[in-house]
Design a protein around this ligand. Structure first.
Ligand code: ZN
Length: 122
């Protein structure tokens, strides 16, 4: 890898990290419409199994699904938080790719090293 390519990649990384830094509000999870039962003992909707559609934010934590109540009024905000998380993840992946290219560029090149490594899984 030549100096120009290295500079280009470092610049790209700076740009990506800058974009990432501007995304402050993000939450891991999904916004889903769940049908939940209520606490009223004589609720007809619950008796028929129809129950009550409720927007919630679900996420998996140490193998367990956790939910947070969202409600209609905060639906747009919850969706934005979750979308932002996906954007941050995508940016991390892009920066990781750039870093890998930079790392490979630094490695003293050995003829056929790439070819040898191919197809040898962990
Ligand atoms: Zn009910």
């Amino acid at each position: 890898m030549n100096g120009r390519e290295t500079r280009r990649l470092r610049q790209k990384r700076k740009l990506l990290l800058g974009r990432m830094a501007r995304i402050e509000e993000f939450v891991r999870g999904s916004v889903v419409l769940m049908k939940r039962p209520c606490t009223r003992p004589t609720c007809r909707k619950c008796a028929t199994g129809e129950r009550h559609p409720t927007w919630v934010l679900t996420r998996s934590e140490q193998g367990k699904t956790r939910t947070v109540y969202v409600g209609k009024s905060r639906l747009a905000e919850a969706k934005r938080l979750v979308d932002n998380y996906r954007r941050v993840r995508a940016l991390i992946e892009e920066v990781a790719q750039v870093n890998l290219l930079l790392f490979r560029g630094k490695t003293p090149s050995r003829k056929g090293a790439d070819h040898d490594a191919r197809g040898q899984g962990p």
